[in-house]
Ligand binder design. Structure first.
Ligand code: FE2
Length: 287
């Protein structure tokens, strides 16, 4: 049981024009508008991100991909055994998400809506980026990673290990921060959990997408600066996954990390802990 990758993220956004500028002009994603919402394509999948215009900003859902129906059903059974209410979603929502089978539940640890799916739709046409990028490192590594603040870090890690099929990659503790990094495929981490002090419990801290080329990130950084989008952490390299990246603030408040060159979990991976999140750079803006 457990999940195999981060498949998609659905956002409710109050500032649709700013979001469009960010995803299309900076990240080069391909918009696929439908019924008031906009799906965004970044690889062979029909889409990986969705923007839904709304009064208030929220992460409407994060979607975990599961490789087989048997594994999907086993994961649902394990959640129900833990008294988590899991809903089998109807064909209408499957059609919207572009998947064959879909379940949803509220995570008892994070408190957010999560979806488990099998069978994503892939497109027969070529990905057509909105700017000249090389594309994104996805495939079996999934969309990227998400980082959430949680109240009970130890219990949350246990839940994601025992029910959701994650394994610990490493730990970073620095200043007032305490973070655990978890993988479910060779991507160094698909999920990281941070102690919700100083952060707000249940909130998304950031979503990472990983470019195929460092130049994509560099040109993206210049665009962010030119467009006046707030840079939160300057370019740098992480101590644990070796990702070279920078962080910006989205129009919804949470951050996105635009990265390149993350190392992967191999057969002989050894768990370490670190006392700083960066090797070099990655300075907080204003510090
Ligand atoms: Fe990250």
């Amino acid at each position: 049981m457990g999940v195999d990758s981060l498949g998609y993220v659905v956002f409710q956004v109050s500032k649709i024009a700013q979001w469009r500028a960010l995803l299309e002009r900076v990240f080069g994603m391909e918009p696929r508008p439908r019924d008031g919402a906009i799906d965004y394509r970044i690889d062979s999948y029909h889409h990986r991100l969705t923007l839904i215009p709304a009064e208030t900003d929220a992460v409407a859902a994060i979607g975990w991909e599961v490789a087989t129906v048997a594994k999907l059903e086993a994961t649902v059974a394990a959640l129900r055994e833990r008294h988590v209410v899991v809903t089998a979603e109807p064909a209408e929502l499957c059609a919207e998400r572009k998947v064959r089978q879909l379940y949803s539940f509220t995570c008892p640890m994070i408190g957010n809506r999560q979806e488990l799916y099998f069978g994503p739709l892939v497109s027969h046409t070529a990905f057509t980026p909105s700017r000249g990028i090389s594309g994104y490192k996805t495939g079996t590594l999934g969309l990227g990673h998400v980082v959430y603040w949680v109240n009970d870090l130890a219990a949350s890690v246990k839940f994601y290990e025992e029910i959701m099929g994650f394994a610990i990659s490493d730990f970073i503790a620095w200043d007032d921060n305490d973070a655990v990094f978890l993988h479910c495929n060779p991507r160094h981490h698909t999920l990281a959990l941070m102690k919700a002090d100083p952060g707000p419990a249940g909130e998304l801290m950031h979503l990472l997408v990983e470019a195929q080329s460092l130049d994509d990130v560099g040109y993206g950084y210049d665009l962010v600066r030119d467009m006046g989008i707030p840079v939160m952490i300057e370019p740098g390299k992480h101590s644990n996954d070796h990702m070279q990246s920078f962080y910006l603030q989205t129009p919804s408040g949470f951050w996105m990390e635009y990265g390149y060159g993350g190392r992967e979990i191999g057969a002989n991976w050894e768990i370490r802990h670190y006392d700083a999140p960066m090797l070099w750079g990655h300075r907080f803006v204003g510090s």
